[in-house]
Design a protein around this ligand. Structure first.
Ligand SMILES: Nc1ncnc2c1ncn2[C@@H]1O[C@H](COP(=O)(O)OP(=O)(O)O)[C@@H](O)[C@H]1O
Ligand SMILES: [Mg+2]
Length: 398
C-alpha cells in the first residue's frame, strides 16, 4: 500500500532537485558566487570620507595603483578589495583598536520569517562596504544565511564544516578555526550550517540526567570559541535558530549584543513580546546558575515595513509606545528589490545593477544604509568612538 505520507519524500526530492538547479543558475560551478560590485570614484570618496582629489593624487603619486582604465568611455570603478586597499593606504579604515572588544551580535527572535537572515546578511555586507572585518555564523539548521552566501547547504556543506564537530557531545574539534570559510567578500567570512547541525539538539535530549552539565559545557565552549575567533574581526554576527533550544541558548550568552528583528504586524509584535519575556526568564536562570549574560546594547529593528499599509503604521506606533528608544528609529522598508535579490541568493549590496527600476533600487539601498548605519553607530559607541575617522581628523592629527 502506498501511504499518502510517502508523498512527502517525493516532494522533498523534487524540491531538492529544483534548489540545485536554481543554485547552478546563480552560482559558479565551485559554488562560489563572484562579487562584481564596483564603486565609482565619487562613491569611493564618500565611503572613505575624503575628497575624490585625494584618491586621484594618491593614484598619481603611486601610493595607490593607477585608476582603472576606462571601458567604452566609462570607468568600471573600484572593487571591494581595491576599496579595502584604498582605506588602508589612505588611513581610512574603520577597524577597531586592538583593545576594543569585537561586537558579537545575536540577531535573534524565536519567530521564523521576521527577517533574521535578511538582516544578518545585509548587515554583514553593509559593514563590509564600510570596511569592517566581519564573521557571520549561521547557527540555524535551516541555513538560509548559508544559502544567501552562495553555498547549497545540502550539496556543498558537510556536517563537519558546521558548528557540529565543535558543539557535539563527542567533539572532534577543540577550536572553531576549522569552520571558517571565505566568501566572495574579501572581508567577510562565514561559518556555514546545514540540516545536520540540528543533531546538536537531539544529543542533549539523549544525554538524559547529564543534560544540565552538557548544556553548560556547550555554553562555555561556544562563547570561548567565538571570542577566540573574534580577535580577527570587528563584528561577529550570529544567526540562531527560531526556537529556544541548546544552540539558541548558547548563542544568547555567547553574544555581547542583541538585535531583534520583527515586522510591523500584530503576530510579530505578540511573539516578540513573548520572546522578550522568555529571554528575561532564561537570562535570570542562567545568571542564577553563574553563567553571565551581558549585552552592550539591546535593540529592536522593524523589518519589512510597508509605508503604504496603514496597519503597519499602527503596529509601529504600538511598538514605539512599548519599546521606546530600544526600537531603532529607522525601519527596513519592505522592498521587492530585497525579495528579488533573495531569489538570486544575493543581498542588495551584491547587485551590480538594479533588478527593478533604478528608483526602487536606490530607495531600497539608501534605506538599508540608514537602517544598518544605526547598528554600526551602536557598535562604534561600544568602542568609545562615534564616527569612523574622517580625513579632517587624520590631517589634523598629523
Ligand atoms: N525588507 C524586506 N523586503 C522584502 N522582503 C523581505 C524583507 N525582509 C525579509 N524579506 C523576506 O521575508 C522572508 C523571510 O525573511 P528571513 O530573513 O528568511 O526571515 P527569518 O530568518 O527570520 O526566518 C524572506 O523571503 C525574505 O526575502
Ligand atoms: Mg533565517
Amino acid at each position: 500500500m502506498n501511504a499518502i505520507v510517502d508523498q512527502i519524500g517525493d516532494l522533498a526530492e523534487a524540491g531538492e532537485k529544483m534548489v540545485e538547479r536554481l543554485r547552478r543558475k546563480a552560482f559558479l560551478p565551485e559554488s562560489r558566487k563572484e562579487l562584481n560590485v564596483r564603486f565609482g570614484i565619487a562613491e569611493a570618496a564618500h565611503l572613505l570620507g575624503c575628497s575624490t582629489n585625494r584618491i586621484r593624487m594618491a593614484e598619481e603619486d603611486g601610493r595607490l595603483p593607477p585608476a582603472p582604465a576606462t571601458q567604452n568611455g566609462r570607468r568600471p570603478g573600484y572593487s571591494v578589495a581595491e576599496m579595502l586597499n584604498m582605506r588602508s593606504i589612505l588611513g581610512a579604515s574603520p577597524e577597531r583598536a586592538p583593545l576594543d572588544i569585537p561586537a558579537i551580535i545575536a540577531v535573534q527572535n524565536f519567530k521564523g520569517g521576521v527577517g533574521k537572515s535578511t538582516v544578518t546578511t545585509h548587515l554583514a555586507h553593509y559593514l563590509a562596504v564600510q570596511g569592517y572585518r566581519v564573521l557571520v555564523v549561521d547557527c540555524d539548521s535551516q541555513a538560509t544565511t548559508t544559502t544567501l552566501f552562495g553555498f547549497n547547504p545540502h550539496f556543498n556543506i558537510q556536517r563537519d564544516e558546521t558548528l557540529y564537530p565543535y558543539l557535539s557531545i563527542d567533539p572532534t574539534q577543540v577550536d572553531l578555526l576549522y569552520a571558517v570559510k571565505q566568501t566572495p567578500w574579501p572581508n567577510v567570512d562565514l561559518i556555514p550550517s546545514n540540516l545536520e547541525l540540528f543533531d546538536v539538539e537531539y544529543e542533549l535530549a539523549a544525554a538524559g540526567s547529564d543534560g544540565g552539565s552538557v548544556l553548560a559545557a556547550r555554553f562555555r565552549k561556544l562563547k570561548q570559541g567565538l571570542m577566540d575567533l573574534a580577535r580577527n574581526y570587528d563584528v561577529v554576527l550570529l544567526d540562531p535558530p527560531p526556537a529556544l533550544g541548546t544552540i539558541s541558548l548558547a548563542v544568547m550568552q555567547a553574544a555581547n549584543a542583541l538585535l531583534v528583528p520583527l515586522a510591523a504586524t500584530t503576530p510579530d509584535f505578540c511573539s516578540t513580546v513573548q520572546f522578550l519575556s522568555m529571554m528575561d526568564q532564561v537570562i535570570g536562570q542562567l545568571q542564577g546558575a553563574g553563567i553571565a549574560v551581558d549585552y552592550s546594547f539591546v535593540r529592536l529593528l522593524c523589518s519589512k515595513f510597508d509605508a503604504n499599509d496603514p496597519s503597519h503604521a499602527m503596529v509601529r506606533a504600538i511598538m514605539e509606545q512599548s519599546f521606546g528608544p530600544a526600537l531603532l528609529p529607522v525601519p527596513i522598508l519592505d522592498s521587492a528589490e530585497i525579495s528579488h535579490a533573495a531569489m538570486r541568493m544575493m543581498t542588495i549590496y551584491e547587485l551590480e545593477k538594479p533588478i527593478g527600476t533604478p528608483r526602487t533600487h536606490k530607495r531600497c539601498r539608501a534605506n538599508l544604509d540608514q537602517a544598518m548605519g544605526q547598528v554600526e553607530a551602536l557598535v562604534r559607541q561600544g568602542w568609545g568612538r562615534v564616527a569612523p575617522a574622517r580625513e579632517e581628523d587624520i590631517v589634523n592629527a598629523a
